[in-house]
Design a protein around this ligand. Sequence first.
Ligand SMILES: NC(=O)C1=CN([C@@H]2O[C@H](COP(=O)(O)OP(=O)(O)OC[C@H]3O[C@@H](n4cnc5c(N)ncnc54)[C@H](O)[C@@H]3O)[C@@H](O)[C@H]2O)C=CC1
Ligand SMILES: O=C(O)[C@@H]1CCC=N1
Length: 274
Amino acid sequence: MNSLTKVAFIGAGNMAKAISIGLINSGSKPESIMVANPSAEKRLALANEFGIGQTDDNVKAAEFADIIVLAVKPHFINTVCTQLSQVNNIQNKLIISVAAGITVAQIQQALACQAGVVRVMPNTPSQLGLGMSGLFASLEVNAAQKSAADKLMKAVGEVIWLTSETKIDAITAVAGSGPAYFFLFMEAMQKQALAFGFSGEESRMLVQQTALGAAQMVAHNNIDISQLRENVTSKGGTTFAALEQFRENGLEQIVSGAMTAAFNRAQEMAKNNN
Ligand SMILES: NC(=O)C1=CN([C@@H]2O[C@H](COP(=O)(O)OP(=O)(O)OC[C@H]3O[C@@H](n4cnc5c(N)ncnc54)[C@H](O)[C@@H]3O)[C@@H](O)[C@H]2O)C=CC1
Ligand SMILES: O=C(O)[C@@H]1CCC=N1
């Protein structure tokens, strides 16, 4: 990662784990990464598994780093940033926030300075290098910092740069929360496979391999997803019968309503400061 080499994660939960594993797997040195978390269990687990530095002191971690990744729940961002306002030279460090629904302005206000902030909306498949992230840079972010943020997130998947901050909320609704939509669908399929009499293990394998195969078909065929669906659907056949059920029960409206609810919730979080 160019001249900005040291990264501190504030919070050692799901997202910090996903991104730090991705960084290590893509060749970052463990000694260039530090994680801070008040409780010991998660940060020690990460540190022991990957050899990265760990501390219970957010300020110490932030002083170590050029890039500070805010990876706590949105309602802790204000407290954490107020704490980080004490960090030496904080205005020259790059702040990367993965918190849903927390704006650049809210972060800068709590930091009490105009530090460069990149808002990132990643997702958990980042831990496999299969993440999808949207990034938005505040005006204060310089070219080297932008390039470092780009490299950081490309180490764990694909990235899209956004020119409007509101678009982060749309990324959240599509990709940030998106894995959970697919998991829910897979859970429902797994339940029905069990009801058909398959064992737990068989049901899991049937659903897992089918989902993986379908995702790979999309990734490896440069044709519309609707065409892939049609290729499975014989007229008057079994898939047709299943898809009719989805249509009659309003699947498209359900999906659109769910994604709109996620988008609205992100906007509401920003307005109410959670
Ligand atoms: N989980 C997901 O799929 C995604 C989460 N996000 C965002 O990532 C952020 C973190 O989410 P998760 O990793 O899922 O949460 P998490 O609950 O797994 O991790 C948060 C960690 O922060 C620690 N923490 C709490 N207070 C702290 C403090 N004052 N200082 C330092 N650490 C503190 C907690 O002990 C916990 O280990 C959230 O803001 C969320 O909006 C964004 C995209 C996807
Ligand atoms: O549910 C949430 O609020 C976070 C943001 C995207 C995924 N998880």
